[in-house]
Design a protein around this ligand. Sequence first.
Ligand SMILES: NC(=O)c1ccc[n+]([C@@H]2O[C@H](COP(=O)([O-])OP(=O)(O)OC[C@H]3O[C@@H](n4cnc5c(N)ncnc54)[C@H](OP(=O)(O)O)[C@@H]3O)[C@@H](O)[C@H]2O)c1
Length: 465
Amino acid sequence: MTELSLARTAIPGLLRLTLPVHGDSRGWFKEAWQRAKMTAIGLPDFAPVQANQSYNGDRGVTRGLHAEPWDKLISVGAGRIFGAWVDLRPGPSFGATVTFECGPDTAVFVPRGVANGYQSLEPDTVYTYLVNDHWSPEAKSSYAYLNLADDQVAVDWPIPLDAAIVSDADRSHPRLNEVNRIPAKRTLILGADGQLGRALQRLLPDAVALPKQELDLRDTDALHDYDWNTVDTIINAAAYTAVDAAESLEGRADCWHTNVNATATLVEIAARRRIRFVQPSTEYVFDGQEPVHTETERVTPLGVYGQSKAAGDALIATMGAGYYIVRTSWLFGDGRNFVKTMATLARSGKTARVVDDQSGRLTYAGDLAAAIVHLLQTSAPAGIYNVTNSGPTQTWADIAADVFELCGRSRSDITPITTAEYVADKTGVAPRPRYSTLDLSKIEAAGFAPVPARRRLEEYLSALA
Ligand SMILES: NC(=O)c1ccc[n+]([C@@H]2O[C@H](COP(=O)([O-])OP(=O)(O)OC[C@H]3O[C@@H](n4cnc5c(N)ncnc54)[C@H](OP(=O)(O)O)[C@@H]3O)[C@@H](O)[C@H]2O)c1
C-alpha cells in the first residue's frame, strides 16, 4: 500500500495527493479527508463545510470546465476519471493546464478560481468533493466557465468530445479569451480611516479598506453578511480608542461593543473560514508596574479601554493558529495624537504642562503597519508581538520637550507635572500604566528591525511643517 503523499503541479496551489487505499476481499477503505495528516504534509487547512457527489452511469460522461469561488478537495469513490484543471485566476499562471487520471487512490486540491473538468473512464464512476463554502444560487453568478473544447488549452480528452456525454450548458461555455476570471482573495482593513488604517492602506494598496462609515463593527448583521469568501486576511485596525470617554456610562458600552463583541464575531468568522486575523493591542492591558513588558506578562488592565482590549486579545488567542495580536504604545501618524497636539501648541506660541511620571516609547503608525505586513509576509508563528519604535524610554514630558525643541522652541516651555497634578482639576480620566515600554526582542527575532523613535519624530515634524 502506498504512503499518503502530496505533489505540487504546474498550477500554483493545485495539489495532487496520493492516498493509501486498504483493500481486501470485501472491497476497500480510504481516508478521503484527514485533516491532521493532510495538513501536516502541506494541504491547506481549508475548512470544508459541504460534501458533494456526482454519479456517472456511463463511460465518457464529461463535465466542466467550472471554476468556483471556493476551494475543493476532490476524490473518486468508484471508477476512474481523467481530470483537467485550468487556472482562471488573473496573473501569470492564467491559462496553465494540468491533466491526469485519478482512481480512488488520488485526491486533488483545487484552489478557488481554478477550473475543474473530468471525464468518466469507467461506468458507475462516483466523483466526490468537499468545498469550503455553502453552495447558493447567488454564488453561481461568480462562477467562471471554460469550454471543454477550447483550442488554446487543448485538453486531450481520452474520449473525443463528439463521442462524449456532455450537457448542453457545458457545450456552450466561452473560450479562454472570453472567460470571467476569479480574482484572488484579498486583505481586508477594518477601521481604515484611523491612524493605523491609513498607514496600512499606503503599504497594502491592493487591500480592501473599509472605514467605519462603510462597515461599523457594532452592526453584527453587517459583519455576518459581508462576503468573507473574498478575504484571506483581516487586519482589524478599528477600535474604540477614546481611553477617557470609555470610563463614562455610554462610552463603556460603546467601547465594549466595538473592542470585545465585534472582535468575538470577527474571531468566529475568521476561525471558521481559516482567515488570518491581525489585531493591534495596547500596553493598557497592563497596570504598568513592570518597567518593561514582555509578551508573556500576565494582563492586569486598569481601565475600561485596557480591559476591553485585553478581552479582545483573549478571544483572538482562542483561534490557536492564524492570528497576530500586535501590542503597541503611544501611536502617532495621520490622525489625532499627542505629537501633533504638542506641535500645534509649540507652533502657536503656547506652553504646556505635561506629565513626567509615565514613561514609554512612541510608535509611528507607518512602522506598526510595516511590522504587521512583515509578520504576514514571513508567516511568522501565530501569537502576541510587541511593536514600537526603538530608542530610550521617555516620559510624556521628555517627548513634549523634544517636539518643542524640534519646532524651534525652548525645552523649558514644557512644565513637567505629576499625573496627580494633571488629574487634580479633571473628572473621568482613565487610569494609565506608569510604565508603558514594551520589550522588542520577539519582533526583532522575527526579523523586523524597529526604527528609532527620534528619527521618526524628526521626519514627522518636518512633514507636518
Ligand atoms: N493610538 C494609540 O496611542 C494606541 C496605542 C496602543 C494601541 N493602539 C491600538 O492601535 C489600534 C489603532 O489605533 P489608532 O491610533 O489607529 O486608532 P484611531 O486613529 O482611533 O482609529 C481607529 C479607527 O477605528 C474606527 N472605529 C471606531 N469604532 C468603530 C466601529 N465600531 N466600527 C468600525 N470602525 C470603528 C474609528 O472611527 P471613528 O474615529 O470615526 O470612531 C477610527 O477610524 C487600535 O487597536 C488601538 O487600540 C493605539
